[in-house]
Design a protein around this ligand. Structure first.
Ligand code: PMP
Length: 369
């Protein structure tokens, strides 16, 4: 059979082929129920099984401790930029760690609900490195500290989450892990709340995953919309309103696929992480070894998921993209704010896809350098 093209979209992004095939096979009749998943009541026993399995699989995959609740919501990453301050800020001071486009947006939106301030920013150098946490100016009274643990546009990833206690702050840490959720382990000891849109690593757009420590559930402002109150959503097991049922089902299939992954002795997310390290190394090593391509991100915080790179001769950009499409390598155009190219190599991208990209880049360089 002819392989599908390799799809490097930043999101909505490629999904594991096995997951798409399974969804196709179950489209008209889920497990003999006579109904497709999109046609089921969210309160029926069939969907109850689907959401229950999805939740327990995610908890197991990501080793989520029992004092955290897993919520399936709507609103996306930008929705959470308002939903988090509505639930956690109490209208007080919130510290933002500004490392790129998404954390910048988060700070701006939160300012409508609380005293949002930048504890640090890497804007001056052009969002290419993470400022040393020892130099962050954290407020003594912050309701929480927000950071984006993988900046999808700038290609910057926290390789380790900051230990806020060690930095003198008692505030809970909120992370936007939209674009690297389930690609690596999370140190839950350092996190109060994590949120992510599903459309990069988990499933289709429309589902937002929130993992929140139980003691943070009870702080919402009175103006917080009921459907976005973490407490109400948690009390109703993500069924306060109709949850995004199709997205939950697809994420559930993805979690089952993740559980089946093996890499040597490793399984699940650990296997995925090992593979993601190898994929990213292959691509960055090639870029660094070439005078034709360039990565501007500091090697200490280069994202394993989103790899922005530039051609030394920008006039070749269109030819590069057209040739890539012909070679079955799709959606490599960079974000307009950064320019150049961006290869998003999420969990669903096999090593062979990155090898094919590197082979194409090498050949393009040979022809045009
Ligand atoms: N945060 C991050 C890190 C993202 O990558 C994105 C989407 N690219 C968003 C937030 C916004 O997500 P949405 O469009 O689902 O609101």
């Amino acid at each position: 059979a002819v392989r599908r093209p390799y799809n490097f979209s930043a999101g909505p992004a490629a999904m594991p082929e096995a997951v798409l095939s399974r969804a196709a096979a179950e489209m008209l009749d889920w497990h003999g129920s006579g109904m497709g998943v999109m046609e089921m009541s969210h309160r029926g026993k069939e969907f109850g099984e689907i959401i229950g399995q999805a939740e327990s699989d995610f908890r197991q995959l990501m080793a989520v401790p029992s004092n955290f609740r897993i919520l399936f919501m709507q609103g996306g990453g930008l929705g959470e930029n308002a939903i988090v301050p509505l639930n956690l800020s109490r209208g007080g001071t919130v510290d933002f760690v500004v490392t790129g486009s998404w954390s910048t947006k988060s700070l701006k939106e939160a300012g409508r609900y609380c005293k949002a301030r930048a504890a640090t920013s890497n804007a001056e150098g052009g969002h290419v490195a993470i400022p040393d946490p020892q130099g962050w100016s954290l407020s003594p009274d912050a309701a929480y500290v927000h950071l984006c643990s993988n900046e999808t546009i700038n290609g910057i990833e926290f390789q380790e989450l900051p230990d806020l206690k060690a930095l003198g702050s008692d505030a809970p840490l909120v992370i936007d892990f939209s674009s690297h959720v389930a690609s690596r382990a999370v140190d839950w000891n350092r996190v109060g709340l994590a949120f992510g849109g599903a459309q990069k690593n988990l499933g289709p757009a429309g589902l937002t995953l929130v993992v929140v420590r139980e003691d943070l559930l009870d702080r919402a402002l009175p103006i917080c919309p009921s459907a976005f109150s973490y407490k109400l959503v948690a009390e109703n097991d993500s069924m306060y309103n109709t949850p995004p049922t199709w997205g939950i089902y697809m994420a559930g299939l993805t979690f089952q696929w993740l559980r089946e992954q093996r890499e040597g002795e490793l399984t699940g997310v650990a296997a995925m992480e090992a593979r993601n390290i190898a994929k990213a190394k292959l691509l960055y090593d090639f870029i660094d070894g070439s005078a034709f391509y360039e990565s501007r991100v500091d090697p200490s915080c280069r994202s394993r998921m989103n790899v922005p790179f530039l051609l030394a001769d920008e006039s070749r950009n269109e030819a590069f993209l057209a040739g890539a499409r012909q070679a079955g390598l799709l959606q490599l155009k960079g974000h307009k704010s950064v320019g150049g190219m961006r290869a998003s190599i999420y969990n669903a991208m096999p090593l062979e896809g990155v090898q094919a990209l590197v082979a194409y880049m090498r050949e393009f360089e040979r022809l045009h350098a």
